[in-house]
Design a protein around this ligand. Sequence first.
Ligand code: HXC
Length: 270
Amino acid sequence: MSHPSGHSPFKLDILKGQVALITGGGSGIGFEISRQLGLHGAAVAVTGRRQPVLDSAVEALTSEGIKAIGVQGDVRKSQDCERWLKETCDRLGGLDILINCAAGNFLASAEEISVNGFRTVMEIDTIGTFAMSRAAFPLLRQRGGGRIVNISATLHYGATWWQAHASAAKAAVDSLTRSLALEWGTFGVCVNGIAPGPTGGTAGLSKLAGVDASEEAVNEAVAQMVPIGKVGAKWDIAITAVFLCSSAARHLTGDTLVVDGGAWMWREPA
Ligand code: HXC
């Protein structure tokens, strides 16, 4: 059974009274997560490097009746991470949910990636996830618990061409998801991940498809390699985040849910 994007299978008050901070929440999958958390009752703080992108994200969220603020900065700077959390607490009254969605990526063969290029992706994806989670933990513990959701990938389940840097970074993110879940469960903090597959309308798909073709042509070609027969929508990822942040997932921690229509296990028929 499918739900058209924009129609929720959940009650719209399941996150009422909660405050969420979404890194990389101004665009792509992060924006749709911000939107769905907001539509289900949460107040949201969205972070990003580009102020104009944040401004339009906040305007779009507010126009749908969502309480939203934008906090500009770079997840690679720990002082920015600390400032985002302080501003979120000051302006929205606390923190219940952290979504680590900020990511960087590009297509490059292993011999083309400079050490700095590799480090850059590790710093955004892995160290950024750790820095935000570490800084958020005292705030979540103070509230008696909370949720952290790390946006991962499926690149590293086998190996993916021209993605040595992002594969290593996301493998480390999955490991962190388990370590933090283990150590923080006793404080009521559940830590999970979502591993999106090919998702329509994202930088991930347009950048990484590696072809100069229209969005429809890319979607059609990629859909051939998805058992469910289509690329995912940003809604599919965002509604999974809503589930993970809801009371329905209260006993779920340390797991990474793969939301890819079965794409990671696809093989050419023999
Ligand atoms: C090789 C590259 C490169 C490229 C950058 N670098 N682009 N190397 N091929 N195409 C190298 C640079 O040469 C430099 O190393 C280092 O990376 C840092 O580059 P900067 O441009 O200075 O960094 P910055 O401006 O901070 O940009 C970070 C970025 C960028 C990661 C490189 O692409 C970015 O910010 N993207 C954010 C948005 C994004 O891509 N999101 C998509 C996420 S998709 P040197 O040695 O020259 O100094 C995703 C999902 C994966 O994560 C799953 C998909 C299915």
